[in-house]
Ligand binder design. Structure first.
Ligand SMILES: O=C[C@H](O)COP(=O)(O)O
Length: 241
């Protein structure tokens, strides 16, 4: 059975001071969380050292939101895998639709980032998912199959998390119906020859929806944007029934 991974993706939210404010109530609320749930906070680069110092010895895993494929070089605005691991980072989000949409991320650059992350010992969280237009045209599976085929060349499936994030559900409040998310995630697993890796759902996950989402047999966790910014709400998500 794949590991359960509950990850918050803070995107471009929270200063260092706000990160410290989040931690105290959140840590209190997860004191009784079952040990077999991996809890990850994927935060802006500036917050990584705050987490690294504050969470020493904690069960909370630190995640970043991008990683470059080169070890170093003239790549303004990028960050290397070693810079992340030095701060105790364990996970990194790769191929989020916002990076694909706004920053020219392609399946090829996604593939390079995935391999560099794994080579440094990081566990990448690969995001895939279709637009509303693709869904309406019946192209969901074709699109995701292409993202998987091109993105996963040479990638080790035993150190990978996949997040199924339908783009139309991200930040819209229009959560994908849990049975439909379960169906697509089961289909993704079939494309990977049944590999037992964690496959998450992401897209307007809210505390009041989490129990139903996590009751779905194919769904091994969630990647949470907006609702991960509130410590009590995100703790409720982590503590799903
Ligand atoms: O990475 C997280 C996803 O983009 C979901 O964001 P959201 O929960 O705000 O819809």
């Amino acid at each position: 059975m794949a590991k359960t991974v509950i990850a918050g993706n803070w995107k471009m939210y929270k200063t260092q001071a706000e990160t410290l404010e989040f931690l105290k109530p959140f840590v209190e609320q997860i004191a009784e969380t079952p040990d077999d749930r991996e809890i990850v906070l994927c935060v802006p680069f500036t917050d990584l050292s705050v987490l690294s110092n504050a969470l020493h010895g904690s069960r909370i895993r630190i995640g970043a939101q991008n990683v470059h494929w080169e070890a170093n070089g003239a790549y303004t605005g990028e960050i290397s895998a070693e810079m992340l691991t030095e701060l105790g980072v364990r996970y990194v989000v790769v191929g989020h639709s916002e990076r694909r949409q706004y920053f020219g991320e392609t399946d090829e650059t996604v593939n390079r980032r995935l391999k560099a992350a794994q080579a440094a010992g990081l566990t990448p969280i690969l995001c895939v998912g279709e637009t509303k237009q693709q869904r309406d045209a019946g192209e969901t599976q074709t699109h995701i199959a292409q993202q998987l085929k091109a993105g996963l060349v040479g990638v080790n499936l035993s150190n990978l998390v996949i997040a199924y994030e339908p783009i139309w559900a991200i930040g819209t409040g229009d959560t994908c119906e849990s049975k439909e998310a379960n169906r697509v995630i089961g289909w993704i697993r079939d494309q990977l020859n049944g590999e037992d890796l964690p496959i998450q759902y992401g897209g307007s996950v809210k505390p009041e929806l989490i129990d139903e989402i996590m009751a779905q047999p194919e769904i091994n966790g969630v990647l949470v944007g907006g609702a991960s910014l509130d410590p009590i709400g995100f703790a409720r998500i982590v503590n799903y029934q």
